[in-house]
Structure formats: C-alpha cells, structure tokens
Design a binder for this molecule. Structure first.
Ligand SMILES: *Cc1c(COP(=O)(O)O)cnc(C)c1O
Length: 374
C-alpha cells in the first residue's frame, strides 16, 4: 500500500550491522531473520543485500513470506519458523520447516515418500519460552519418533530465549542447559550431531555460550539493540546503524490566532499566534495515536511537537518556532535530519512499546526506497 510516507532503507547500514553481529558472535554463521517483511524494511531488498554479504540462511515466519522471496528469484536456504501446515509448499519451494509437532512431521514424511525424496527439517524445543516447540516430559521420545520417520532427516535443533536481554542470565542459562541436555541425549542415541541454533539478538549481545552452531538475530541487523529498552541491563551494545528513515513532507501550513483548536476533540488549543503544519501521515500509516500531543518530528533540522490528536491519515505540527518552514519541506518522522535524530527507541518509549513494533508499524505501510551510503 502506498500511503503518504516514504521509508528510506539504508542497505549499507544493514551490511554494517551484519558485520557487527558476526564480530560479536565470533564469526558464527548468521541465520538472518527477515520475518514481518524484514521488520518493515522489505524482505526482498534486505534479503538480497544480506545474501550478497554472504549470509547462509534466511528465516521467515510463514510460508507466504518465503514464497514471496522465491518468486523474486531468491534461491538461498529459507527456514520457516512458525508455519507447519502447508506441507506441499515446503517441497515445491524447497523450504526448511521448523517442526514442533509429531503430526506435522508425519505429514512431511508421507509427502516425502510420495515424492521419493528426503526432507531436511529443524526441530524446535520449548525450553521455557512457552510458545512453540516440543515440550513436556516426552521431548526426547518425540524427537526419536520423528527421527525414525521415513523421508525425514532432522538436520537442525533450535529453541528460543524468553529473556536473554537482562544482566541476570539465570533464566537464559536454564533454557540453554535444558537445550544442551536434550541435544546431547538425542545425539548419543542417533549418533549424529545436529546443527543447533538458539541465539536471538539479545543472546548475541549477552550470552556467548549460546552461540552454538549459528546465531539467529533480527533486530540487530536493522540497527537496534534489544538491550536498550531495558535500562537495568548494563551490558554495552556495539555501535549499530539504524537502517530505516521515515519521511514525509508538509502538505500545507496555516497561521492561526490564539484560541484556535486543532484536530479531533480540541485537545490542542493555540496559546499564541501559531503556525500549524499538516503532515500526510497518521495512525493508518503506523504512526500511533499515542503520539497525539506527545510526539515530535524533524523539520529543517529542528524538533517540532505534534499538535492535537493524530488522525487516520494526517498529523498536525506546531511549527511556530520553526519560522522558516515552508510547504513541501521534508518532515522526518523516524531517523536523522541535519544534526537531529529521532530513534525507534524514543518513539517506542512514548508509545509504551518496543522498537520492533515501531519499525514494523511504520515500515510496512510506507513506500520504500533503498539507498547505499558508501
Ligand atoms: C523473531 C525471532 C528471532 C529474532 O529475534 P530478535 O530479537 O529480533 O533478534 C529469532 N528467533 C525466532 C524464533 C524469532 O521468532
């Protein structure tokens, strides 16, 4: 959907962040998480760049996302993290399913037999996230049962951390221990080592014992640290470069006398002779209504406040102190303009959420352009 805003994605920043991940994770292979349209950055453009930079695997949430990449000619291995039911698509599109139930494994097995082929799968274990993965007292038996199904080869084992973003690593450690115990037990039984991966961005930054055979970061690739939402965490993050800028422009400006109400509900009343600018971005573009009378945008390198409620497609700015602002001037909603920057973390704090939601909300609705800065 092409709405009023533009998302400018800096692919050089993504390449930089990939190298930060590699350096931090002692050069482990990187499974690049490009789910949710690469966190709003555009999965096709971002994946092409990451593959060019030598990433060996991509990971998406759903088969539909993987199909989009295949349709664009991306032939790299793709791990599908959450979607188990579209059995045929895993074969037709040569995808790697993450399996977390015996039933899914059984359908893959019968499809593999039908096609006289062998499907490589990764098996997910729930070690304490409470979301997806084999769980309970029968994990080892379940994995053994899956490994004995014809037409299936368990290539990888994975799990996911619930809180690797703390200085206190005791829960992350417990999850890793559960994972390792199961992995060792299975490896002993089937006399084979599995390609094991567990580390999201938080674990890349805090927990080197969890690097295993590969790391599986998302948010770091896009230039944000998952630790910064958490002031308690004193572990320093390396220098990442935010890859997304969200821009729009001033649709019009008008001068209003004191006492003029602005936007729905008259929550902003001009206290002085004011200049009010209208920006074509609203909550339908992912600019949360929580930024009403609360957010700031950049105009001519200066911060200017949101005036009144954010509407569906429009937001008003109080430009009274940005005297030289003109119609059609660039407005930066997220990112840098001259010396000023608005980060996804700043917006997240104001909207009571995390940088992930800011990026996916704003990035997925804007018209995207890609730039390289070096
Ligand atoms: C989203 C996700 C990741 C990446 O998480 P970040 O916090 O963005 O690094 C890794 N693994 C799984 C299973 C995920 O769902």
């Amino acid at each position: 959907m092409n709405r009023g805003a533009i998302a400018e994605i800096n692919l050089s920043a993504i390449a930089h962040n990939l190298n930060v991940v590699r350096k931090t994770a002692n050069n482990r292979p990187v499974i690049a998480v490009v789910k949710a349209d690469a966190y709003g950055h555009g999965a096709v453009g971002v994946s092409r760049k990451l593959l060019q930079e030598g990433v060996p695997y991509l990971a998406v949430a759903y088969v539909g996302e993987a199909k989009k990449l295949r349709d664009e000619g991306i032939t790299a291995p793709i791990i599908v993290l959450f979607d188990g039911d579209d059995t045929k698509a895993f074969f037709d599109l040569a995808l790697i399913p993450v399996v977390y139930s015996k039933e899914t494994a059984a359908s893959l097995s019968s499809e593999a037999l039908k096609r006289k082929t062998v499907k490589k799968i990764h098996v997910k274990i729930d070690t304490g996230m409470g979301r997806l993965g084999l769980h309970g007292d029968t994990i080892i038996e379940d994995i053994m049962a899956i490994s004995e199904m014809p037409g299936i080869e368990i290539e990888g084992l994975l799990s996911h951390f619930s809180e690797a973003d703390l200085s206190d690593r005791s829960y992350a450690r417990l999850q890793l221990e559960r994972f390792t115990t199961i992995q060792i037990a299975i490896s002993r039984k089937v006399k084979k080592k599995f390609f094991s991966h567990m580390a999201n961005s938080a674990a890349v930054l805090t927990f080197k014992e969890a690097y295993l055979d590969a790391v599986r970061p998302g948010i770091m690739l896009y230039g944000y640290s998952p630790l910064s939402r958490n002031p308690e965490c004193k572990i320093p993050a390396p220098k990442l470069l935010p890859a997304m800028t969200i821009k729009s422009k001033l649709l019009c400006i008008r001068n209003v006398p004191p006492g003029t109400p602005i936007s729905y509900g008259r929550t902003f009343i001009a206290k002085r002779p004011s200049r009010i600018g209208v920006v074509p971005i609203g909550y339908a573009d992912g600019y949360s209504r929580l930024f009403s009378n609360n957010g700031e945008m950049l105009v001519r390198g200066k911060r200017v406040p949101v005036a009144g409620r954010v509407c569906m497609d429009l937001t008003m700015l109080d430009l009274t102190d940005a005297k030289n602002a003109k119609k059609n001037d660039e407005v930066v909603i997220l990112g840098r303009q001259a010396g000023e920057t608005i980060t996804a973390e700043e917006l997240a704090l104001k909207a009571n959420t995390i940088s992930y939601e800011i990026l996916t909300s704003l990035g997925s609705r804007a018209r995207r352009t890609y730039v390289e800065t070096d």
